[in-house]
Design a protein around this ligand. Structure first.
Ligand SMILES: Nc1ncnc2c1ncn2[C@@H]1O[C@H](COP(=O)(O)OP(=O)(O)O)[C@@H](O)[C@H]1O
Ligand SMILES: N[C@@H](CCC(=O)OP(=O)(O)O)C(=O)O
Length: 363
């Protein structure tokens, strides 16, 4: 079997019980399956939820806390318990796990994004299994990545994974929530995540999870745009992840489009960067960058908004609205000067494009 890079996301409900503790039976089942996947030669990255759900009982809460400080405190306790359990159980399989806690800021800052990529690549090269979670205890907003479903999709794109497996407590995507709708029908294969499907997925999950199926569908949609195939479902026993890879999983398979993967730089521009300005372009420029794959030249820009430096990311608007985002090779000052002297463009950086085609993403 060809060596594959696989991201496995495990939800809180698949690791813990409603009382705020790790469910050792479920937990061990996942670890044994992850170890088997790795030990047959695949690269495995885990996105593990469960920090809040595994920690709240020890803080004296009777159910998942609702306040931000309650969740953050529970996550601090629960994350340590989870990692301790991962280390112990994996040691029997001679697998070494590494804890990685991320916040949205780590991805929004380009240097930190590159560092994270380098560190994860090094771990994988050295045969270590990264176990990723959101750094809940220091996240400024409660839901910085949205949730771990979205985090797993972003990580899959970032690491150019061959497959994203989202393990949860339901055996796939249904036309509506199977817990509340007895007529819900399971879908075993999808080519895309339609708006209709999203409408049938509510955001009510288990007592310990967040986001329900809706967040998984949104994550699957993001993974789809990043050309990563997704499986959402469940399974039991040490060979369950291998079975999922072979196509025998108990859940829903979402195929990836034939399109090429998006390189890491362009993923950063599309999904993580913060835009610091806006450019408005004319019809000819829109045609050139959207339909002909050209770079954006100063001659096509007629208005510049905001203050930005060279290398920052701006939004680009055509006559009918937003058309994309890109990294600029001019500061806002230079660009304003340039376009106000269009008749003398040759004198001022005549050949330099405003946004190079390799630094451009369409919306
Ligand atoms: N259309 C749907 N198909 C399947 N499950 C759904 C759907 N809509 C809502 N759900 C609910 O989503 C739950 C899984 O979400 P959640 O508890 O957040 O999982 P996890 O903790 O694994 O992230 C299921 O138990 C199910 O009740
Ligand atoms: N980062 C949080 C989990 C957030 C989350 O998305 O939970 P889940 O819906 O169970 O995947 C934690 O570890 O408790």
């Amino acid at each position: 079997m060809k060596r594959q890079r696989i991201v496995v996301k495990i939800g809180s409900s698949s690791l813990t019980n409603d009382n705020g503790e790790i469910d050792q039976v479920k937990f061990n089942d996942h670890v044994d399956a992850l170890a088997m996947l790795k030990n047959v030669g695949h690269e495995v990255i885990v996105v593990s939820s469960g920090a809040v759900a595994a920690g709240f009982a020890r803080l004296g809460y009777s159910s998942r806390p609702q306040t931000i400080k309650g969740k953050q405190a529970a996550a601090a306790v629960g994350q340590s318990l989870l990692i301790q359990s991962y280390i112990e159980r994996f040691s029997a399989h001679k697998v070494i796990p590494a804890q990685i806690l991320l916040t949205r800021h780590d991805f929004a800052d380009r240097d930190r994004y590159r560092n994270a990529f380098a560190a994860m690549s090094e771990l994988l090269d050295r045969g270590i299994m990264p176990i990723i979670n959101e750094n809940d205890t220091v996240s400024i907003d409660e839901l910085t990545f949205g949730d771990n479903d979205m985090l797993s999709a972003l990580v899959s794109g970032f690491l150019h994974a061959d497959q994203l497996i989202i393990l949860t407590d339901v055996n796939g995507i249904y036309t509506s929530n199977p817990r509340t709708d007895p007529d819900a029908v399971r879908l075993t294969k999808l080519d895309e995540i339609s708006d209709e499907l999203l409408g049938g997925a509510d955001d009510i999950g288990s007592k310990v999870g967040t986001g329900g199926m809706r967040s998984k569908l949104l994550a699957a949609r993001t993974a789809h745009t990043l050309a990563v195939p997704v499986f959402i479902g469940t399974g039991r026993g040490p060979s369950k992840l291998l079975d999922i890879l072979k196509g025998y999983g108990d859940g829903t398979y979402i195929s990836s489009p034939a399109a090429n993967t998006i390189n890491t730089n362009r993923q950063w521009i599309a999904l993580h960067s913060e835009s610091t300005g806006r450019l408005y372009v004319d019809k000819g420029a829109e045609e050139a960058i959207v339909h002909n794959g050209r770079s954006l030249l100063p001659a096509g820009v007629f208005k510049v908004q905001g203050e930005f430096g060279i290398g920052e990311v701006v939004e680009v608007f055509g006559l009918d609205g937003l058309i994309g985002k890109g990294e600029v090779t001019y500061s806002s000052e230079q660009l304003k000067q340039t376009i106000s002297n269009k008749d003398k463009l040759e004198e001022f950086k005549p050949m330099l494009e405003v946004i190079h085609r390799d630094r451009w993403v369409q919306v």
